[in-house]
Design a protein around this ligand. Structure first.
Ligand code: SAM
Length: 275
């Protein structure tokens, strides 16, 4: 995969992508990230990238010209072709993304979809935002990483690249682990009975422990030490259900739950009511 980041702060990316899986994926040639300095696409001596908003109002707005000019040498397919090729199997797949708090919320499902593309272009906004013509005529989609406002799109771009890169085949040593994580629905949304020790199916992950078995009086749950794998699996599933109910009950609606899960969930709800 090739990723291009458009930003007024190119130095921001010295660091966040130079560690762990993203670094390893780049070294293995699975992903190549190019960072483009928007100021190089300006034509005045002050290298101006922003201007006051038409109609008045607070702050400054990123101008459209440098952003359009920055993307021209990238030789992308036209916006229309990009949007149609997303639906055509086998054709080169590219997506131009504008980072924006007003965008569609970034999810694990979206990360998996983006991981299937050949090329991502991520446009980082700043100030009050980006001239709307970028969203309307240049970008294919606007993506938000959450319901809060950051000062710029750089952190959001790094988040998306990290989440997408770890889903590229070969990026994570143990690929099965990325299929069992929080938010990950099993193929076709179906819960696969023996697919794993817990099979996330859209739930939050179960708790993880490692050595020492006892630390400052805090013991690892004994079920994990007794070697009964069926019991461990059942315990982990119950923990995943309990944590999802506690922290993200909204996820339960779309989760793939089998009959055992439903019974466990009722037991958890009952024990909560009685405690
Ligand atoms: N005026 C905008 C609004 O109220 O929606 C906020 C602009 S924000 C201060 C500046 C830039 O930061 C945005 O153009 C966007 O690129 C980025 N940004 C801020 N929050 C974001 C989020 N939650 N997800 C993605 N990008 C974000």
């Amino acid at each position: 995969m090739k990723a291009d980041i458009v930003t007024i702060f190119p130095d921001f990316f010295r660091g966040p992508l130079d560690h762990g899986i993203t670094r390893r994926a780049a070294e293995m040639g699975l992903v190549k990230v190019d960072v483009h300095d928007l100021r190089e696409f300006t034509h005045d001596k002050h290298r101006t990238v922003d201007d006051r908003p038409f109609g008045g109002g607070e702050g400054m707005v990123l101008k459209p010209e440098p952003i359009f000019e920055c993307l021209e040498p990238l030789a992308l397919a036209s916006r229309e072709r990009r949007l149609t090729s997303e639906k055509t199997p086998g054709s080169a797949k590219e997506s131009v993304i504008l980072l924006s708090p007003q965008g569609e919320r970034f999810t694990q499902k979206m990360a998996a979809k983006l991981a299937g593309l050949d090329r991502l272009v991520l446009i980082c906004g700043r100030y009050e935002g980006v001239d709307e013509r970028v969203a309307d005529f240049l970008a294919d989609r606007e993506i938000s990483i959450g319901d809060y406002v950051l000062s710029g799109g750089e952190l959001a771009a790094a988040v998306i690249i990290e989440a997408v890169t770890r889903l590229l085949p070969g990026a994570v040593g143990n690929e099965a682990s990325t299929r069992q994580e929080s938010f990950t629905a099993q193929e076709g949304g179906e819960f696969i009975e023996n697919a794993s020790t817990c099979g996330s199916g859209g739930l939050l992950d179960y708790p993880h422990y490692t050595r020492p078995a006892e630390f400052r009086g805090m013991a690892v749950p004994s079920v994990l030490i007794n070697g009964d794998h069926q019991e461990i699996r059942r315990w982990r599933r119950a923990q995943a259900l309990e944590k999802t109910l506690r922290n993200r009950p909204d996820l339960l609606e779309g989760a793939a739950l089998n009959e055992d899960d439903k019974k466990l969930l009722l037991q958890i709800k009952d024990s909560r009511l009685s405690s």
